[in-house]
Design a protein around this ligand. Structure first.
Ligand code: CTP
Length: 407
């Protein structure tokens, strides 16, 4: 079973204490619902599992009971709660219903407004958001009847998560595979993240730059891009429109983020200014090379045995240029220093005229998943405890939103 510790650390705070009904309908992906129950439970969610009759044939209620710590329900069990109405009682005070897996049959019943078992009745009688994670054979998913039903669900405001494309239990490959439990946890978390940046456009730079010496060699640095990508994801979760101008990294583009690739500092600057219209917040996380070779050789430089001299010329400072615009966006800089963090970071913030700068000591965070940072702004320094970058990203977003609201 996967280790969800990092998901819990980075995102758990938005789900902690929520009460969620997890609906399980009939499909082989029901076994993943067991894993999902465990993951949600570990994130502090109070999970109440309700299975359809078909769902209970794949995994027993007992399994879910053991994993959730709550009574699991199946079929239509009126009369077993104190007031005899679990379809109403269970649905009160819950934050969301997630049906995973949602079979083609269950989706059809939902679309038609059926109330012929506990789960469908709960869905019909709900006053909370409803998510469905479809899981079925690709031909069932592509069938016009399913397409019609899914469109009806969406028109009714039901949030459809996935499915994804991949290998299916039947041996075929195509769309219809249920999203993995970790992805579903992330979707729920994103939904429950306060939309602090709604209506804002945020642009970020991330990763290293690569300054070519010849067609195969160049100057770069060991920035992994993890902090910038985590921050882009956090901004998207907070409801912002996000543009990420990224140097060469191997990270997946976060959901809801438009990514523009750039290699050198000059390309990065061009891409930043080309997409600058309407940007409210500019966050420069990229480790931009301060210098580039004066010339980049067209052909591969051959070895001669003699010393060679590389002339380096300064690159433009992208952040300083953006901050110097007549009407600059809210600019956030980053500074990784090897010593005297407070003095250097604050000096950098003032020199570039930034309302906010995030500093860290080299060695604390480069390349890893965690970091120790200090936020510097007009009100002073705000140190944060060592934590995963994804968690820190959310704290940075909160600080940006707070300063924006008082601007
Ligand atoms: N930055 C930038 N363009 C550059 C250099 C830096 O946009 N050519 C941005 C970085 O993305 C970061 C901030 O400026 O947000 C500080 O970068 P850093 O490299 O720490 O500082 P420098 O100003 O380059 O100073 P030094 O390298 O001397 O510490």
């Amino acid at each position: 079973m996967s280790d969800y510790t990092h998901v819990i650390d980075e995102l758990g705070q938005n789900l902690r204490g929520r009460r969620i009904v997890l609906g399980v309908s009939g499909g082989i992906a029901a076994y993943k619902a067991a894993e999902l129950t465990r993951a949600l439970g570990r994130m502090g969610v109070d999970v109440h599992v309700v299975l359809t009759e078909a769902g209970a044939r794949f995994v027993t209620p007992l399994t879910f009971q053991a994993l959730s710590g709550n009574r699991a329900w199946s079929g239509f069990q009126d009369g077993e709660m104190e007031d005899g109405m679990p379809h109403i009682t269970l649905g009160r005070g819950i934050d969301a219903i997630l049906v995973a897996p949602a079979s083609a049959n269950f989706i059809a019943r939902l679309a038609a407004g059926f109330a012929n078992d506990l789960l469908s009745t709960l869905c019909l009688a709900r006053d909370c958001p409803l998510f469905v994670a479809p899981a079925m054979n690709r031909q069932m998913w592509e069938n016009p009847a399913t397409r019609r039903n899914v469109a009806l669900l969406q028109a009714d405001g039901i949030i459809v998560l996935g499915p994804c494309v991949g290998e299916q239990a039947c041996g075929e490959t195509g769309p219809g595979r249920m999203l993995e439990p970790e992805a579903l946890c992330k979707e729920l978390t994103a939904f429950f993240t306060p939309k602090l940046l709604a209506g804002r456009k945020v642009m970020l730079t991330a990763g290293p730059t690569f300054e070519a010496i010849d067609p195969v060699r160049g100057i770069t640095n060991s920035s992994s891009g993890k902090m910038g990508y985590a921050l882009a994801a956090a901004c998207a979760r907070a409801g912002a429109e996000v543009v990420l101008v990224s140097g060469p990294v191997t990270l997946p583009v976060p959901a809801g983020v438009r990514c523009i690739n750039a290699t050198s500092a000059l390309q990065m600057r061009d891409e930043v200014f080309a997409a600058m219209t309407g940007v409210d917040v500019f966050i420069a996380v990229a480790a931009v090379a301060d210098y580039r070779p004066a010339e980049s050789a067209v052909h591969k430089i051959k070895k001669s045995g003699a010393a060679i001299h590389l002339e380096l010329v300064p690159n433009p400072d992208i952040l300083a240029e953006v901050a110097a615009l007549p009407e600059p966006p809210f600019c956030v800089g980053f500074a990784a220093e090897s010593q005297e963090l407070d003095a250097y970071a604050e000096a950098k913030r003032r020199a570039k005229r930034l309302p906010m700068l995030v500093g860290n000591l080299l060695g604390d965070g480069l390349g890893g998943d965690e970091n120790t940072i200090v936020i510097y702004d007009e009100e002073g320094r705000h140190p944060l405890p060592r934590a995963p970058k994804t968690y820190l990203a959310q704290r940075i977003v909160e600080r940006i939103a707070c300063l924006l609201s008082t601007k």
